[in-house]
Design a protein around this ligand. Structure first.
Ligand SMILES: Nc1nc2c(ncn2[C@@H]2O[C@H](COP(=O)(O)OP(=O)(O)OP(=O)(O)O)[C@@H](O)[C@H]2O)c(=O)[nH]1
Ligand SMILES: [Mg+2]
Length: 892
């Protein structure tokens, strides 16, 4: 296999475009914005496939005139066989649609109805001759696909990027000439699609410069580009222009004082490789080893703010228009500029400030009314609903958002939404409300990954952007948010993990959350009381039955004389009895939540009386004999029943942690956090910790209750942009049963297995890795001594060989406890299941042991490591948290 990388270099100058018919294998093509206005064109023009030689697969399919009759969007697509076909067959160009077209300007401009030739940018591309090697030889023949496709293979290169290789000597080499040409002038650019983690397959446009091209072509992969050594090359510094890598010994000599950040000296002054924009300002480990902290900061500041590294405005398209310098300035200096602005195509709703990538849902709300780009198009976000906001068809996620906010969407309404979120229907003059005032809207948006308006004015005292003092303007800060979806069966402990995370990462509970948890605690308290009162009734009946039996056994006349004195330790006075009867009725009817704790003020004095009553205390002493078991945590609250039932009760953090649930609906909850500085971090060395405490790296933890996922987990669709799924399993479920929706009792571990299967095989999570959190390990340690794991049929072959002569010196590693072996066994069971269901994906495992907030720290820090590994695409095949390693041989 010969890599295209080395084989092909740029095409001829745009100033002398070669005509396709002259027999040459390549031609220079031009790209410009066009608005299609005529009937379908049927010129016989072969498809052109521009190829970026440096970052293959970066080739884009460019539409030619003859394809316009059956293809409109998106004109430039990442190169892939299926993309080519799908787009060709399924789209239709309607008059009025705009597109970027590349074609041979010289011969076809007139017939295409071009409107914006002046913005035209020459493109480097290779024409494919009509016999068809890498494309459609004749667009009228739909059956002809990539006829050369068998020679094209995706190949994972050693640097982790996907490359495109061709078989040596195959027909592609006929079509693509290895001849070297160059293009002059700064205006030149080539179309590329990079494989950034979040932008896979998305089109970006890279600056083209022959010097950069030459430099990139001469970069030695896998070696230090100065000393040519390979050894000790795992950590390196990479030039942000040409991609050359340098080892620790050579970096400073190769890069000098780094006045523009990490660039080798000849690259200084050249524009950066756009696919590396995301790493601007993020220092590497190696650099931190070589330079002092303050030096690293200065270099990183240069890297972010120097002129040569700024975004070229033309590479940003807004509503179809490549920006000019002034527009980019307007965009970047407005009050709420787009975050993470990279080369690409965006849509912008000037009325509401909604902003998104072309063909995608909105990702941000920026300042409204900016004079930037053309008018927005109906299809800007590729919305597949009939509902419009400000003349844009909205996406499904936005429709869900409106519906969850209680906004009527029946009858395909067309809303006008202004910058403050007030909305009205088209043709009507009255404002119907404000979207952002709706209850729970922030949570809904967070969960659906939709933007909410940025916070209001800067409170005084907040630092104002000033690169001189190290504070960068918003647009230079690129915050990365990783989404973690936390899900599990009933009582698996997801809400506890969520609350633990809030506490350990100092995310305060809002007043609303505290109030709702307070009501939850009070309501549960009445539930626990109900269980105890039911027990009291039973104990009293048992006592009376026993007394009657004793009486009947007594010989002689006393048997019939007089009634039994029914007064006993379990008797309560009529007032308490009336309350008890009523409460039991409420518990049985399942209406507890609707009655309590709204009316708890009324009942608080009764609770005090009940709690002090000897009958109740006698029952409480026998709480282990109750038919309906009290949750473990009940004691904690019952011991403070009087305090909790009072109206001025204010739950402590521990109360909140022990409470059941987070929100009244017990459904969705979301929080954003970042990892605070930690003195001990088992996963990284000290230098990495500095990097990891980066405030721009944050995480969103979304907890969703299994019952909110709907039939066949259909609502998982809402979480498509999850970065990692955290699936929570309670280790104590193996001997527990619950009634499923059909009223059939089933083992809870098997239920958990079933939900796990549905989630990991759900199409939304196709290709997503999963972290399995095995929870309540502390309870497993107690339980497994009493109840064998084999109670669950899935674990029938758990048969640990325990060494009984544990010496005091043998470590738990050499001689794991029964619970540890059970943990390992269960982890392997899930791993095997996962592997059989998903093939190549990875299941990571961690555990949580207890209710202390920091019990979740390790599992959550592990998620950060997993995401880092994923980004770096390591060669490892099996990852385990060091403290939770799963060893299949530890059980037999
Ligand atoms: N001892 C101990 N108890 C735990 C642990 N994790 C959760 N619990 C308890 O287990 C019970 C269920 O936990 P939750 O966090 O409410 O579970 P859930 O997944 O939210 O379940 P739902 O109530 O169905 O939403 C609560 O009483 C928790 O206090 C743990 O690691 N150790
Ligand atoms: Mg709960």
């Amino acid at each position: 296999m010969t890599s295209l990388l080395r084989k092909f270099l740029p095409s001829p100058s745009p100033k002398s475009p070669k005509n396709r018919d002259d027999g040459d294998d390549y031609s220079v093509e031009y790209s410009f914005a066009v608005e299609y206005s005529g009937p379908p064109v049927s010129h016989d023009i072969p498809l052109v496939v521009p190829i970026d030689f440096d970052r293959i697969p970066t080739a884009s399919v460019v539409v030619t005139a003859s394809m316009l009759s059956n293809l409109s969007l998106p004109v430039v697509q990442p190169f892939s066989k299926s993309n080519l076909l799908r787009n060709k067959l399924s789209r239709e160009l309607k008059p009025g649609s705009k597109a970027d077209i590349s074609t041979n300007l010289a011969s076809h401009s007139g017939e295409l109805g071009l409107i914006d030739v002046e913005e035209g940018i020459p493109k480097v591309s290779h024409g494919i001759d009509s016999s068809g090697t890498l494309g459609f030889s004749d667009s009228r023949d739909d059956s002809q696909e990539l006829s050369g496709s068998s020679e094209v293979e995706e190949d994972l290169r050693d640097d982790g990027e996907v490359g495109l290789d061709l078989d040596e000597g195959e027909s592609c080499s006929r079509a693509l000439s290895p001849e070297i040409h160059s293009i002059e002038g700064e205006e030149d650019c080539i179309s590329v699609a990079t494989r950034e983690s979040s932008d896979v397959g998305r089109e970006l446009t890279d600056h083209y410069d022959p010097e950069i091209f030459r430099r990139r072509a001469s970069v030695k992969k896998g070696l230090c580009n100065r000393c040519n050594q390979r050894k000790q090359f795992t950590k390196k510094v990479v030039c942000i222009v040409c991609g050359a890598q340098y080892c620790g010994n050579c970096v400073v000599r190769a890069m000098g004082s780094m006045p523009e950040g990490r660039k080798c000296i000849p690259c200084i002054g050249l524009p950066i490789d756009e696919s590396k924009r995301g790493s601007l300002g993020k220092s590497s480990w190696m650099l931190r080893q070589l330079l002092s902290d303050s030096e690293v900061k200065v270099v990183m500041r240069f890297e972010i703010s120097c002129k040569a590294n700024q975004l070229p405005p033309r590479l940003i398209h807004v509503n179809g228009k490549p920006l000019c310098h002034e527009e980019l300035v307007v965009l970047q200096t407005c009050r709420n500029p787009p975050k993470k602005l990279r080369p690409g195509k965006y849509w912008y709703d000037k009325v509401s400030g909604f902003w998104g990538k072309e063909g995608e849902k909105p990702c941000q709300i920026i300042s409204a009314q900016l004079a930037v780009g053309y008018q927005i198009s109906l299809e800007a976000s590729n919305g597949d609903t009939n509902i419009r906001i400000n003349n844009r068809k909205i996406t499904k996620a936005e429709l869900w958002m409106l519906q969850l906010a209680g906004i009527q969407c029946e009858g395909a309404p067309h809303f006008w939404v202004s910058a403050d979120g007030s909305y009205q229907e088209e043709g009507q003059n009255n404002v119907m409300g404000k979207i952002w005032d709706k209850v729970g809207i922030k949570l809904v948006c967070a969960v659906l990954s939709l933007p909410t308006p940025p916070k209001g004015t800067n409170p005084s005292g907040e630092e104002v952007a000033n690169p001189a003092n190290g504070v960068l303007p918003n647009f230079l800060q690129q915050k990365t948010l990783h989404k973690l979806l936390l899900v599990g069966c009933d009582k698996s402990g997801t809400s506890t993990i969520f609350k633990q995370a809030k506490m350990v990462y100092n995310v305060p509970f809002s007043e609303d959350e505290r109030q709702s948890i307070k009501l939850q605690i009070q309501s549960s308290l009445y539930g626990y009381l109900g269980i105890l009162l039911e027990g009291r009734e039973r104990f009293e009946e048992e006592w009376l039955t026993e007394m009657r039996r004793k009486r009947s056994d007594e010989p002689g006349p006393s048997r019939s004389c007089g009634n039994i004195n029914e007064e006993n330790i379990y008797s309560i006075n009529p007032r308490l009895k009336a309350f008890s009867d009523w409460l039991l009725e409420v518990v049985i009817s399942g209406n507890l939540d609707s009655i309590f704790p709204a009316s708890s003020r009324e009942y608080a004095p009764l609770i005090e009386d009940i709690w002090k009553d000897k009958a109740f205390q006698a029952t409480y002493d026998r709480r282990n004999e109750l038919h309906m078991p009290l949750p473990r945590i009940a004691n904690y609250f019952l011991d403070r029943a009087v305090e909790i039932s009072s109206t001025d009760y204010d739950p402590s953090d521990t109360d909140i942690l022990y409470a059941e649930g987070i929100t009244p609906s017990n459904g969705l909850a979301s929080m954003e956090f970042s990892f605070p500085k930690s003195t001990q971090d088992s996963f990284m060395d000290a230098a990495d910790q500095i990097h990891q405490n980066d405030p721009l790296l944050s995480f969103q933890l979304i907890r969703v209750h299994a019952s909110s996922l709907g039939e066949n987990c259909k609502w998982l669709e809402m979480f498509e942009d999850t970065d990692l799924v955290l699936y929570c399993v309670s280790l104590t479920d193996y001997d527990q049963f619950s009634d499923n929706t059909n009223g059939v009792s089933s083992n809870k571990m098997l239920e958990s297995k079933k939900l796990f299967e549905s989630i990991v095989t759900h199409p939304t999570f196709h290709q997503k890795n999963v972290l399995l959190i095995l929870n309540k390990f502390d309870l497993l340690e107690e339980k497994i001594e009493q109840t064998p794991l084999t109670q669950c049929e899935w674990f029938h072959d758990f048969n640990p060989v325990i060494s009984h002569n544990q010496s005091s010196t043998s470590s738990s590693y050499n001689n794991p406890s029964l619970a540890q072996r059970a943990f390992n066994y269960i982890a392997v069971k899930f791993k095997k299941l996962f592997f059989s269901l998903t093939g190549g994906r990875k299941l990571y495992v961690s555990r949580v042991t207890g209710l202390e907030p920091d019990c979740v720290d390790e599992a959550l820090r592990y998620t950060r490591e997993i995401l880092k590994w994923e980004e770096e695409k390591p060669q490892l095949t099996l990852h385990e948290s060091s403290s939770c390693s799963v060893n299949a041989s530890s059980y037999s």
